[in-house]
Design a binder for this molecule. Structure first.
Ligand code: G3P
Ligand code: MG
Length: 225
């Protein structure tokens, strides 16, 4: 079962920061997940729509200027990194699951993945692009059809993994609260991997492994080495 560091090693360092990414690499993970949003023409690695929970700033991230976002404290003196800064830190040392958090991310992320392949040692096989925003994911697929897609769901869909197959995804990424053996079997019948978020307890990993789950996103990759 693949272990994917969720927002970097976010149980051990401030989530989605360079510190969390560096720690995940140190722990030897084979993949890291992060969240991406756009503001003021830049791609920022940040989960929430608003700034309050994870920084000393205020307001909606997408409405802020570069100068404002760059000076915020994202915990332990870390700043909100840009996607390019994280790519430069990782430099092709592990797979990167890039979650498109909203509209207007597909096009700049497609461009940045191409640039990282020519300048930072990544290959197309390093990327998995995921989203709950299925139209944005479909837009990404039209821009870079050769890359793997992760179709995210936070519920148990009526038609199981059908939506992920329709998107042409490589994986169905689902919530640990809703995944069941029927969903896993249906996804596998459709040729999809099943990745489950967020799993921090080793006993949950064992239950999911028995269901046939292929990978987990965890805030605590140190517990699964
Ligand atoms: O990609 C898995 C997981 O990160 C999706 O949910 O809210 O943690 O971004 P969230
Ligand atoms: Mg995420």
């Amino acid at each position: 079962m693949q272990i994917i560091a969720h927002r970097g090693a976010s149980g051990l360092a401030p989530e989605n920061t360079l510190k969390a990414m560096a720690l995940a690499i140190e722990l030897g993970v084979s993949a890291i997940e992060l969240d991406v949003q756009q503001a003021d023409g830049e791609l920022w690695v940040f989960h929430d729509r608003r700034l309050e929970r994870c920084t000393d700033g205020h307001g909606v991230l997408a409405q802020q200027s570069r100068a404002y976002l760059a000076r915020l404290d994202a915990g332990e003196g870390e700043h909100i990194p840009t996607l390019w800064q994280v790519m430069a830190l990782i430099g092709g040392r592990c797979e990167l699951h890039i979650e498109l958090k909203g509209a207007h991310t597909a096009k700049p992320v497609a461009a940045l993945t191409r640039r990282a392949e020519s300048e930072l040692g990544f290959t197309p096989a390093h990327w998995v692009i995921s989203s709950f925003h299925h139209p944005e994911l479909a837009r990404f697929a039209r821009l870079r059809p050769e890359l793997r897609l992760g179709a995210l769901t936070a519920n148990l869909p009526l038609q199981h993994a059908r939506f992920a197959e329709q998107l042409g995804a490589w994986s169905l990424n689902c919530d640990v609260d809703f995944v069941d053996a029927g969903l896993v079997a249906d996804a596998h019948r459709r040729g999809l991997r099943v990745l489950v978020y967020t799993v921090d307890e080793p006993s949950d990993r064992d239950t999911l492994a028995a269901m046939g789950v292929d990978g987990i996103f965890t805030n605590r990759p140190d517990r699964f080495s």
